[in-house]
Ligand binder design. Sequence first.
Ligand SMILES: Nc1nc2c(ncn2[C@@H]2O[C@H](COP(=O)(O)OP(=O)(O)OP(=O)(O)O)[C@@H](O)[C@H]2O)c(=O)[nH]1
Length: 301
Amino acid sequence: MNSTPFRSGYIAIIGRPNVGKSTLINRILGQKLCITSRRPQTTRHRILGIKTTDEGQFIYVDTPGMHSDGKKAMNRYMNRAAAASIDDVDVVLFVVEGLKWTEDDQRVLKRIQQDARSPVILVLNKADKLSDKSDLLPQIQELAPQYDFAAVVPISARKGMNTDVLEQEIAKLMPEGEMIFDEDQLTDRSSRFLAGEIVREKLFRYLGQELPYSLTVEIEQFEEEEGMYRIGAVVYVERSGQKSIVIGKKGEQLKLIGQDARLEMEQLFGCKVFLQIWVKVREGWSDNERMLRNLGYNDDL
Ligand SMILES: Nc1nc2c(ncn2[C@@H]2O[C@H](COP(=O)(O)OP(=O)(O)OP(=O)(O)O)[C@@H](O)[C@H]2O)c(=O)[nH]1
């Protein structure tokens, strides 16, 4: 008989862009749910991943990266979303990169000092890059006095090193409670949302460094029809030059992106998918708060 009580709660993963937050969530959930890329600032939505075990239900909230540039509407939105998620969760994971400390990390730490109401675990990621783990000690000694961390755990999200220890530390801090979501529910995001994420991931993958920063994807059509999904996606860019980059010579690039996205959707949804992607120019959208709201970036996140 299992005598330990069942636990459930929310865990926020915060950290500057590119420290490996999405990779960590994917590693913990053992399934690809949020997009990762070499390019910073790819996570614009709060993605909820849920892991249910015999011990408890762990609901992970992935926050957008914290940004230093508060000028653009998009950055303001992302900062708000990140701040909102650290005072209404049960555990906060503060992810930093082993041996690397930047001004953005400092800014995130300041947010934690000001806003965190729950226990914070300091996670030193990318430990696989170090040949000697004891190299991390000076960084730990530097950071430990700056906040009363509930635990300090070096990991490699990419290699899966020590992530089990991290999960045990999280479990210790979780409050006792009933299941909040159904056992088999991995995410509360709709299929429509996931379809948009897949298109975005393929764009990142194919365009690499050429990807326009301000690009965004909107799913305009999502219909179930005789055992198949009919999905229409629009890729918004800011300039017509960017449109040609996305489309490629004779439309080849967009064709490959579409094929790849369709195959992944068919795997995910378990049915045939008819996918159409359009590229449209919408000038200055990232500077327009109202347009952001139209695209689903809500203030109340
Ligand atoms: N060597 C190494 N690289 C890692 C590790 N974890 C993540 N990375 C790499 O770091 C890069 C950024 O990872 P992401 O998971 O997209 O980072 P993120 O923090 O979610 O980034 P944003 O979405 O921009 O906030 C990718 O190239 C990852 O493969 C790790 O443990 N070791």
